[in-house]
Design a protein around this ligand. Structure first.
Ligand SMILES: NC(=O)c1ccc[n+]([C@@H]2O[C@H](COP(=O)([O-])OP(=O)(O)OC[C@H]3O[C@@H](n4cnc5c(N)ncnc54)[C@H](O)[C@@H]3O)[C@@H](O)[C@H]2O)c1
Ligand SMILES: CC(C)[C@H](C(=O)O)[C@@H](O)C(=O)O
Ligand SMILES: [Mg+2]
Length: 351
């Protein structure tokens, strides 16, 4: 059966890393129909909107969507709700991809590329499950209000319901069962009611349906510290939209580079998945052939596994990435001199 994949290269290094994902996809010779559309700043420049209705409809009709990254200083004067990043949030919301899987694995050959000592990160394998379509990113009220006395007030609202917490927690517990069977739920229940509800609902769901999984709770500030103190204590980390964003970037450095971390955002079974490297458009290195395409290529592998149900080809691509790194091809962020295209070509050679 032919699967459909929508590619949204986006801005900055986005098109550079997605080009390498396409090279790998073509070399893997899978039965996949590929479509492309501008996204983020590129879509603003062409169509006036960070994501068009047509692209949203196309995303919902595809089996999977793979994005590069969006954003950049050239669009910083856009109205807030038409910034490139708003296009990404609209896409996540429209697709209702509530569970964002962000695996952080340390390749043995790269343990010295981490900013931590080798023994702390060697063998590291954490799965973040980040809630992606709720919380402070989407809560109402929001906005900037003019108070009329020379003062303004900026508001965002952290809000979660029982159903929103249960559906993402379920994903975390299910994943844990196939791993080391441990979930650490992370919030700020000491200062936030939404965090307290999170903790109570995760605890209740655990007792009712997942008592076989080991559950612990941790405050988010402590988690940030524990991740650099003893990161191998974690198996699955379940957390909200904002904490998941920050903690997964932190974890990226445990693996050596932000350019290595893929992600899969999943909704209800049977609905399309959204796949993104966790890094941004990296304006500081865009256009120079310096970007590491591994995160984008590993995101493609996650699409092949989760949306196309082809675990064998997903693993084949993942092994090729690791083999290319093992045999010494590395972009600058992981201590080498390979260009984005050379990294992609080396991965193709190991397929
Ligand atoms: N999914 C997305 O579309 C996404 C994610 C994060 C940030 N952003 C946007 O990207 C823009 C830049 O944000 P930022 O600079 O804070 O974060 P960033 O992730 O773009 O870059 C942070 C640092 O990591 C480096 N880096 C990132 N990806 C890399 C890769 N593949 N290879 C090598 N080095 C890499 C960059 O050069 C930079 O030094 C902003 O507009 C932001 O909103 C978009
Ligand atoms: C660009 C931005 C909206 C996005 C987020 O905060 O979710 C990014 O940082 C990410 O990690 O995917
Ligand atoms: Mg982020």
């Amino acid at each position: 059966m032919t699967h459909s994949l929508l590619l949204l290269p986006g801005d900055g290094i986005g098109p550079e890393v997605i080009a390498e994902a396409e090279t790998v996809l073509n070399a893997a010779a899978l039965d996949i129909a590929v479509h492309r559309a501008p996204f983020g700043g590129a879509s603003i420049d062409r169509h006036g909107a960070a994501i068009t209705d047509e692209t949203l409809a196309r995303a919902l009709a595809s089996d999977a969507v793979l994005t590069g990254a969006v954003g950049g200083p050239q669009w910083s004067s856009q109205p807030y709700d038409n910034r490139p990043e708003s296009g990404l949030l609209k896409l996540r919301e429209a697709m209702q991809v509530f569970a964002n899987l962000r695996p952080a694995r340390c390749f043995a050959a790269l343990a010295d590329a981490s900013s931590l000592k080798r023994h702390l990160v060697e063998g590291l394998d954490i799965m973040f499950v980040r809630e992606l379509v709720g919380g402070v990113y989407f809560g109402q009220p929001r906005g900037i209000e003019d108070l009329g006395n020379g003062q303004r007030r900026g508001v965002n609202t952290q809000v979660y319901t029982t159903a929103e917490i249960h559906r993402v927690a379920r994903t975390a517990f299910e994943l844990a069962r196939g791993r080391r069977n441990r979930v650490c739920s992370v919030e700020k229940s000491n200062v936030m009611e939404a965090g307290l509800l999170w903790k109570e609902e995760v605890t209740a769901l655990h007792a009712a349906e997942y008592a076989d999984v080991e559950l612990s709770h941790m405050l988010a500030d402590n988690c940030a510290m524990q991740l650099v103190k003893a990161p191998k204590q974690f198996d699955v980390i379940l957390t909200d939209n904002l904490f998941g964003d920050m903690l997964s970037d932190e974890a990226a450095m445990l693996t050596g580079s932000l350019g290595l971390l893929p992600s899969a955002a999943l909704g209800e079974a049977g609905k399309p998945g959204l796949y993104e490297p966790i890094h941004g458009s990296a304006p500081d290195i865009a256009g120079q052939g310096l970007a590491n395409p591994c995160a984008a290529i590993l995101s493609l592998a996650m699409a092949i596994r989760h949306s196309f149900g082809d675990a064998a080809n997903a693993a084949r691509i993942e092994r090729a990435v690791e083999a290319a790194i093992d045999t010494g091809t590395r972009t600058r962020d992981i201590g080498g001199t390979a260009s984005t295209a050379q990294m992609g070509a080396a991965i193709v050679q190991h397929l």
